[in-house]
Design a protein around this ligand. Sequence first.
Ligand SMILES: Nc1ncnc2c1ncn2[C@@H]1O[C@H](COP(=O)(O)OP(=O)(O)OP(=O)(O)O)[C@@H](O)[C@H]1O
Length: 476
Amino acid sequence: MLVVDDELRSQEAMRRTLDEDFRVLTASSAEQALAVLEREPVAVVLCDQRMPGTTGVVFLKQVRQRWPETVRIIVSGYTESEDIVAGINEAGIYQFILKPWAPEHLMEAVRNAAEAHQLQRQTARLDLELRTSTPVLRQRASQRLQQVQQVFGFERIVRAPGSPLDGVCAVAARVARYGLSVLVLGESGSGKELLARAIHYASPRAGGPFVVENCAAIPDTLLESELFGHKRGAFTGAYDDHVGLFQRAHGGTVLLDEIGETSAAFQVKLLRVLQEGEVRPVGAARPLPVDVRVLAATHRELEQRVHEGLFRQDLYYRLAPVTLTVPPLRERVADIGPIAQHLLQQVALELGRPVPDLPDATLACLLAYPWPGNIRELRNELARALALHDGQRLLPEAFSPRVLQGQRAGSAAAQLAALMPSSGTLVQRLEVIEAMLLRETLLRQRWNKTRAAQELGLSRVGLRSKIQRFGLEPSP
Ligand SMILES: Nc1ncnc2c1ncn2[C@@H]1O[C@H](COP(=O)(O)OP(=O)(O)OP(=O)(O)O)[C@@H](O)[C@H]1O
């Protein structure tokens, strides 16, 4: 990774964050950065938009011309849409990250960019080999394709034997070979993109590109230009013709992530593209035919949004001939062990550390936590634990308080189920359950009555009277 920023504090903050997983080089000016690029191979360059004497876009344009495979990211405190459009058009930037950034977001964006870089190189090599005419080379290319298919295939979706994901993967593998659209539902971080990628690589389109667009990340007009392209002069800042993602994915698959967040106006345009199999770049006189398979993903209940009038029903039916739901991690507790082992190996490799043991006590702690951020959260926790603690055994203390406290809450919830009253009238039994729920919430909120009342939808006075009625008090 190469971080380019003339503001040293900001440069250092990025370096420190990325240092956890990557080898990071730094530069304070465009000249210094070009000198680094001359001598070192760089997968991803992150640069500030405002730099003395130049701009991030101008610098990244040079990078694009000379090192087209290097993935380009702008990190900026300014959000002028012209800068963003210029960044996309002229410098082909992969992502805009806004300052101030959250470390986990920065890390994730860079991880994705690194993966995109690797894929780009593989695809470029494959393309070249497939275009060459000797049978030996073509055979080698097809073997390489098989390897890529294995790397990104359903085997990569780690799970325990008998996991609910088996069924999901089986259906996905069946529908992969047809050109059907597939809608993937599931909470954030649960593995929707991983599943979509596996569908692409198990499909006859595997030799073509797989591109992902996060529809929630950019404003509507830019989304249209990003997906369908635009003609020079179509709007302020459109200095050049821009080839949209749909065209770039010709022969392959587009994953529209966070489709539930798109506006009504954009939904109309997308529907037209899907119905007609052609895209009209913004400002273009004529549409262009495209051959892509569209997969969509969302953490929303999309059908519910259709009922609420927030998502077009006709588009929903187009996108969802097949719907697959990736269950949250807490509903497939048996997967936590194998996934944690797998991620631990990955993270250890990235950090250049030996893979530590995961003792039973630590595993029990991971099993008891509900993982609201799913596998992404699990990965971050493991990375953090590994980075902050040495030693051959990863002990429970290595995890953040959130996980450890959540774990107590988790076991309290399990106790709750075990203690369910089995006799008495309905009112009496409900009272016992109510008392247990109150106690569990208060414990988890460390007897902070304001927060507990808020969580339970009670007033503070209401909560206090219930505490009195049930004789609840903190244990010594
Ligand atoms: N079963 C799994 N085995 C191994 N790694 C997994 C698994 N599921 C998810 N991951 C990893 O967890 C991270 C999050 O997964 P992914 O990006 O596919 O989730 P998502 O549901 O698409 O998230 P979002 O809705 O936020 O886009 C990725 O690094 C992915 O490789």
